[in-house]
Design a protein around this ligand. Structure first.
Ligand code: MLT
Length: 200
């Protein structure tokens, strides 16, 4: 998978997953803001929708191709495990940072793979899959940046995601913003404060 790896110094690895139409460059600055000492593994989505990179196919806006989502999620999981071996980072200290489409595949990593992530910062995620039994997510820490007026994801769906993750044992904090589906600097600052308090 096309990606960027940057070696850090504190043993944590930030797995960066961009939104639709983004690239592996997009979230690097944000990651440095969250934890300047962490390794960075930033991946480019392999699916193209009218030339726009994504992490999995969709049938329409907000309607996922579930078979492709599951396949691509497992592929991403494998990729991270192999990258850990190749770059010699600890696969049990990986924290995903995803926005929109990237947050959805990060959420699905949690839904399908026990121990895939130590934590996740999910900016404007949806419920990725309603037909799966989540693994135990004890000791997993999740922060959700949700929108009170996000056209892609209703507040009810954000609350549903929070509940599903909590029921699986994850510690979840949801912060609410009023900027539609956008990722703003105040949201990044809130995620950073949560990261400092919960991850390191
Ligand atoms: C998705 O397909 O993941 C969601 O519709 C969010 C998006 O990428 O716009």
């Amino acid at each position: 998978m096309q990606h960027i790896y940057q070696q850090g110094r504190n043993g944590y690895t930030l797995l960066l997953l961009h939104g639709t139409g983004g690239t592996e460059q997009d979230l690097i600055g944000l990651a440095k803001e969250i934890d300047a000492g962490a390794n960075i593994l930033s991946v480019r989505g392999q699916v193209l929708e009218n030339g726009m990179p994504r992490f999995f196919r969709r049938v329409a806006e907000g309607v996922f191709d579930m078979e492709d989502l599951r396949f691509r999620t497992d592929e991403l999981y494998q990729f991270v495990q192999e990258a850990a071996w190749q770059y010699d980072f600890n696969p049990s200290k990986v924290i995903a940072i995803g926005y929109s489409n990237g947050a959805n595949i990060a959420g699905n990593l949690l839904f399908r793979h026990k121990n895939a992530l130590l934590g996740a910062i999910l900016h404007h995620p949806m419920v990725p899959d309603r037909d799966v039994t989540l693994p135990s997510l004890a000791n997993v820490h999740v922060w959700i940046g949700a929108g009170t007026n996000d056209f892609m994801c209703s507040p009810q769906e954000s609350e549903e995601l929070e509940k599903l993750l909590q029921e699986a044992g994850a510690t979840v904090e949801t912060a609410w913003f009023n900027n539609g589906h956008q990722l703003t600097m105040s949201e990044v600052q809130a995620a950073k404060a949560w990261y400092k308090a919960n991850i390191k």
